[in-house]
Write a protein that binds this ligand. Structure first.
Ligand SMILES: [Zn+2]
Length: 296
């Protein structure tokens, strides 16, 4: 068995994974966000409650520095800046593997979701902002260059050009997620609306919302077409809040397929299907991969 965790700012979720990637025995406790001793103890108690474990795989909303393994995690101050895999491994006496939540989503979709059976998969997160993860041949692609899959940053949007938290301007992260959609609506129409209201208004034929969705689709589909052409990705499952709108994802899919070199009548940008716990499922598959794929 592998012990899997999905850790966010408010909750630690834990489950056990079997050798076929199935998870069971889901438990959930509050995250001790400010006390590393309590954080470690909470995880240890969950590991012991599950019985013998061969390793611990953790999906977490943070960015791992590929060179030194330090994590940047604003939501959980007590782990921010730590070499988390090494610190937890020393505490538990077990191998510990860490994966960020976007990578976990991509791996879950490639192994057990909408992209099952596809060799080259790019998982998209359209949540508060945008993120992503790359899976080739069933394995997550990282890289010493750092931050593989982070398609949201880089100054590619010329107009409207918004400043981004990364220090640049014109990043897709500023227009691609739910906050970005709201930013576009405000910029185009001079007033504010919640992303869910914008999507609902668009579906009921509102002209201002249609202009916003058309702009959003246009700005995202070009860079996504380049990603598809570059990676040879045949499936791009979408997670995050905007993936709850199937018509929105279908609109994006049509725009991307109109711009890629390969012509296909089948959707390639689709809502994720791995289920309610992509963090735990992605962590399970990471652990299985690390242990050699079987006999977990
Ligand atoms: Zn940026």
């Amino acid at each position: 068995m592998i012990t899997c965790f999905d850790i966010g700012g408010s909750a630690i979720k834990c489950a056990l994974a079997t050798a076929d990637g199935r998870i069971g025995g889901l438990t959930r406790v509050p995250t001790p966000a400010h006390d590393f001793g309590a954080f470690t103890a909470a995880m240890q108690a969950l590991i012991e409650a599950g019985g013998p474990s061969r390793g611990v795989a953790v999906s977490i909303a943070g960015v791992l520095d590929p060179l030194d393994g330090r994590i940047k995690c604003a939501n959980i101050p007590c782990i921010d800046g730590r070499t988390l895999a090494a610190d937890l491994g020393a505490a538990f006496g077990l191998p510990v593997w860490i994966i960020n939540d976007a990578d976990s989503f991509a791996l879950a979709e490639a192994q057990a979701g909408a992209a099952r059976g596809h060799a080259n998969v790019f998982g998209l997160i359209l949540g508060t902002g945008v993120g992503g993860g790359l899976v080739i041949g069933g394995r997550l692609i990282g890289g010493p260059g750092g931050f593989a899959g982070e398609w949201g940053h880089g100054p590619v949007v010329s107009s409207p050009r918004f400043p981004c938290g990364c220090g640049q301007s014109g990043c897709l992260d500023t227009i691609g997620g739910a906050r970005g959609l709201e930013r576009l609506y405000r910029s185009l129409n001079g007033r504010s609306m919640d992303s869910r209201e914008i999507i609902a208004a668009w579906q009921s034929g509102d002209a201002d919302a249609e202009r916003t969705i058309a702009c959003w689709t246009d700005l995202l589909s070009g860079p996504l077409a380049m990603l598809v052409n570059t990676l040879g990705a045949s499936m791009l499952p979408v997670g995050g809040g905007l993936a709850n709108s199937a018509p929105l994802i279908a609109r994006l899919d049509q725009a991307v397929r109109a711009r890629i070199l390969r012509k296909t009548g089948q959707p390639i940008v689709v809502p994720g299907q791995a289920g309610a716990e992509p963090g735990l499922i992605g962590a399970a598959w990471l652990g299985l991969d690390k242990l050699g794929g079987a006999h977990a």
